[in-house]
Write a protein that binds this ligand. Sequence first.
Ligand code: KIV
Ligand code: ZN
Length: 510
Amino acid sequence: MNVSKKSLNNDENVKIFDTTLRDGEQTPGVTITPDQKIQIAIRLDELGVDAIEAGFPIVSHGEMQAIKAIVKQGLKAEIFGLARASQIDIDSAIKCDLKYIHTFIATSDIHMQYKLKMTRQQVSERAINAVEYAKKHGLQVEFSAEDATRSDRQFLLKVFKEVAEAGADRLDIPDTVGYATPQYITDLVKEIKQATRLPISVHCHDDFGFAVANSIAGISAGAACAHVTINGLGERAGNASLEEFVMALQCLYGKKHNIKTELLYETSKFVSNTMGIIVQPNKAIIGENAFGHESGIHTHGIISNPLTYEPISPEIVGRKRWLQAGKHAGAHGIKAMLEEFGIKPTDEQLHIIVEKQKNIADNGKPITTSELLSIAGGVMDNNKFEEKFKLYDFHIVTGMNIIPTAVVRLNANGKDFIASDIGVGPVDAALKAIQKISGEMANVKIREYRLDSITGGSDALAEVTVKVEDKDGNIVSARKAGEDIVVASVQAMMDAINKVLLKKVLYSKS
Ligand code: KIV
Ligand code: ZN
């Protein structure tokens, strides 16, 4: 990122300051190891972010080690560390070999009175001293006035002007409790930019669901950069989501940036898996349902022209469109799903298949692709589409101080098999036992396993996603929801194997 003190003009790429490893790691319940931090930093760099806030050096020895290691990677992105406006924090940042720091102090009356217990005069002196100290040590400094959007405007402007004179390179406007509206941010950015002539960042939280809209407003008003996080992680309701912000910026506002958008989905998945925070299915851009369609009217439109019901092509963000069988599905959608496997029923057959799968769905049972193919096989009298793997039963022994063990009985291509295996837990044991049997026919490796809780409580409905790859590189994923996570996992695995096998059978020339 160019840190010259001139304000950026409208043609320059909007800068992305990613704070997944700092504000994102402050998501309640999230802690990651230094090694995981490094892995995420590498992914963020590949994604093309301009700056990575690697952490808050003062918080722990492990945090310092992780930040130091990230600095050592020699990434393209600027690596920042957070520091309160105090010498001890700035010294910790220096010990991490950082060249860039993000230093902050609160400027709102409520923070100064109840948290800092400092007067305005003391706060402004602390801010100036911190910036001067950091500059004396050769650091590039971004200064944040915490809770800026609830600060007295005249005092806020005074502090920003003072730190600008003290040598700050950039200024950041945090909407710390997500309290601003787009109009408020617009006015604030214009005023601060005019008063200081420094590049401005905005750091918006999502307490009222405005984080992305506020960040966009900031950029439209002349801010050069937005602080964002992958999957919108962050304190409380989180920060502006990088994926939503970037795509809105590009598609709705025609602004340029340095993000490789085709890596958005896999980066989101990586962060979700590493930090253990699931993405809600209906989240824009990266949620599982963002490019999924079930209703007949929508799938009909999508098949004629995807832009009827999709604002952008899923490939732009590294995704694929998918259609779902179910009670809302119509003939066009089911036909397209079957065509993916080369299956072409007559109109009459298609009508029967649609009705049959609707009857199943009416009983509240979501339909998997291999079940749909099986229905088609029955209707078309073609056992080629039959599920090749049929589960009879399985049982698991698990508990404390015993090795989880699974025994699975199933029919594979007309032959009965029984297999057992052990694992780190009941799911691992069961999936390994299935893989033992499938080895010959499908030889699949699990590429991804995800467990999402759909409802709360110990009787929560969980959704399992299993992605498998066979030795020919065919990748399929299957999802199954249920109250019992082991049963749902086994069913998803069976469905994934059936899908791989069906692909092989239906696409082979013989
Ligand atoms: O939300 C906030 O105010 C912050 C500061 C540290 C900038 O994260
Ligand atoms: Zn924040």
